[in-house]
Design a binder for this molecule. Structure first.
Ligand code: F6R
Length: 604
């Protein structure tokens, strides 16, 4: 959700800011802006839409020698995506960029307006810069004014602020939204809301904690905690490898990421499979001692992975498992017991609702674990234990490879628990370990299948909606298929358990209702088949996905024969991802940056 960059140094600042923003653009792309301060003079550029528009506007702007700058790419929360609402926001002689939400901005704004301050934008962010300038009138210096400003802010924020009287300084603060500071041997200092913006430019970084604030200048970084005490700078090395590679010939990052699933699943499995057991080096077996229940909590696609896990954990490890949508869990006053392991699942490790749920569980004294794709993310730092999914940077807003690796980790975890708890025969664990080893080949995209889906997609561009249906773990997969389609095609799609159709939804069945039916051979085949036949009898247009022939379907996608329903799951997952993508491409949509969405939802 939004991206922030900042720079202090002697290199051409514009390019550094824009390069950093490009790495973050997938998080928000309805407008972007940069503000540069050199010799007490500001230069500002803002543009609506994607970053190329900003680049075009700033194309003749260059700096030589020392300067500082801040930049932002926005996903609108307050106010429409216009230039006025784009960051950086100006006071009289200061600019600010901000991620998060200032919850009390209306009352702060009203009080500033009553004192004659004029606001230009509809954003919550603008209040920060005016509040800062209000305090500057009475504060001992700019940093004092910045501190006084922070004290009044409620909500979540990562902030960078610059002021023309302090022409070499960037003030920063983090509370609830990520912020990272990096430095390199050339003495440059960079800021980013994600380390992706800093890779290749810094060799070491500090991941700020909530409540941290301070300032950076050519002299270095001064950091303070929420009690206003100085904090020693603890840098961690930053990976040098720019994993955020380019599209490598694929039309979209999403397509590249679907094709990458084979390789990343091999990485996910690496070192974790033994002949007779699954082993997570990073997990102390003590974590599971005294645990009688697992509560999984997540949002969106990660929630669907959690739902899959709820079937596998109960089936394999015979442990009571419940699943929670994080935004519901936070406010429903949940009844928690101390023998529960609280597991959050998140690609980014920064999703606000999931992070807050994790904090709640910790506060309640539960043992916690995160399954996450981003090392050093807020959730990884907070949870008692973490398992990294190793999917690599996922740039497509619609999650694909992150989901694949989450389900893979959760399947492995179910077997690891089953081994500890002696709830599955050793031979069955061995068999499933063998199946896990086949996953990289299971998800390898077959070019003939991709071509079939590309051709088929033209028949699914109209109609009044889609039902994705499946049973057992294929129900969460149906939900995920429907989510993928609606995210990038903007067509209406719903996921349903197949057996639920006759309890209401089947009333919608007619030729213009498209049913995408998941019909695995090895899980409830006959039951699912008769549910699909019920829809076929009502003339719904049916596209079935199965390794077995199905003559009641209008279209049939034949998957490879396999030994186990989980292998069928992974193969069907790839089919759903490709089908959604091909439909969206035919509709002319930007698959990587679908409208209204952003990667990493760091606001509630
Ligand atoms: C869908 C998608 C979202 C995320 C959700 C949670 O394609 O990407 O639904 O899954 O916003 O994000 P994470 O996993 O980062 O917590």
């Amino acid at each position: 959700m939004c991206g922030i960059v900042g720079y202090i140094g002697v290199k051409p600042v514009k390019q550094i800011l824009i390069d950093g923003l490009r790495e973050l653009e997938y998080r928000g792309y309805d407008s972007a802006g940069i503000a540069v301060l050199q010799n007490n003079t500001f230069s500002l550029f803002k543009a609506v839409g994607k970053l190329v528009n900003l680049e075009e506007k700033a194309k003749n702007f260059e700096t030589e020698g020392f300067s500082i700058g801040i930049g932002h790419t926005r996903w609108a929360t307050h106010g429409k995506p216009t230039e006025l609402n784009a960051h950086p926001h100006l006071g009289e002689n200061s600019y600010v960029v901000h991620n998060g939400i200032i919850e009390n901005y209306q009352e702060l704004k009203a009080s500033l307006m009553a004192q004659g301050v004029q606001f230009l934008s509809q954003t919550d962010t603008e209040v920060i810069v005016h509040l800062f300038e209000h305090h500057l009138k009475t504060a001992s210096d700019a940093f004092d004014a910045f501190k006084k400003t922070l004290v009044q802010l409620e909500g979540a924020y990562a902030i960078l602020l610059i002021n023309s009287n302090e022409s070499g300084t960037i003030f920063f603060a983090k509370h609830g939204s990520p912020m990272i500071i990096g430095r390199n041997e050339a003495g440059e200092i960079l800021f980013g809301s994600s380390d992706a913006a800093l890779i290749g430019k810094c060799h070491e970084v500090i991941y700020l904690e909530d409540g941290h604030y301070g300032y950076g200048s050519a002299k270095g970084i001064s950091l303070f905690d929420q009690n206003h005490q100085p904090v020693a700078l603890r840098f961690s090395p930053l990976a040098e490898n720019k994993l955020s590679a380019q599209k490598e010939g694929y039309r979209f990052f999403m397509e590249k990421e679907i094709y990458e699933q084979s390789r990343v699943l091999a990485d996910t499995l690496m070192g974790r499979l033994r002949d007779e057991s699954v082993y997570f080096e990073e997990i102390d077996p003590e974590l599971f001692q005294g645990i009688n229940e697992i509560k999984l909590c997540a949002c969106g696609t990660s929630y669907h992975a959690a739902m899959v896990a709820s079937y596998l954990f109960e089936r394999h490890a015979k442990i009571k498992t419940s699943v929670e949508i994080a935004s519901e869990f936070r406010y429903r006053e949940p009844f928690l017991t101390q023998d529960t392991l609280f597991v959050v699942i998140s690609q980014s490790g920064e999703t606000a609702d999931t992070l807050e749920s994790l904090k709640m569980a910790k506060k309640f004294g539960l043992k916690t674990m995160v399954i996450c794709n981003v090392d050093n993310s807020s959730m990884v730092r907070l949870a008692d234990a973490s398992i990294l999914t190793r999917a690599g940077i996922e740039k497509g807003v619609a999650s694909t490879k992150a989901f694949a690796t989450q389900v893979c980790v959760l399947w492995m975890l179910s077997l690891s628990l089953a081994g500890e708890r002696h709830t599955l025969e050793a031979s069955e664990i061995q068999n499933q370990i063998h199946l896990l080893r086949t996953l990289p080949s299971t998800v390898t995209v077959d070019s003939a299948l991709h071509e079939q889906l590309r051709r088929l997609s033209k028949r699914y561009l109209h109609g009044h909606g889609f039902f994705f249906i499946g049973r057992d773990v294929f129900f969460p997969l149906a939900l995920e298929g429907a989510l993928k389609l609606k995210e990038i095609s903007y067509l209406h799609a719903e996921g349903y358990p197949s057996g639920e159709m006759k309890h209401g939804p089947i009333a919608l069945a007619d030729p213009k209702l498209f049913t995408i039916a998941l019909l695995p051979q090895h899980k409830l085949y006959d039951k699912t088949k008769s549910n699909i036949e019920e829809l076929s009898a009502r003339d719904s247009t049916i596209c079935s996905i199965s390794p077995l022939d199905f003559d009641k379907a209008d279209d049939h996608i034949r998957t490879k024969p396999s030994e186990h329903y989980m292998c069928e799951f992974f193969e069907m997952m790839v089919v759903l991802q490709l089908l959604s993508m091909e439909i969206a491409i035919r509709l002319g949509n930007d698959v990587d940056m679908p409208r209204n969405l952003a990667k990493s939802v760091t606001v509630e």
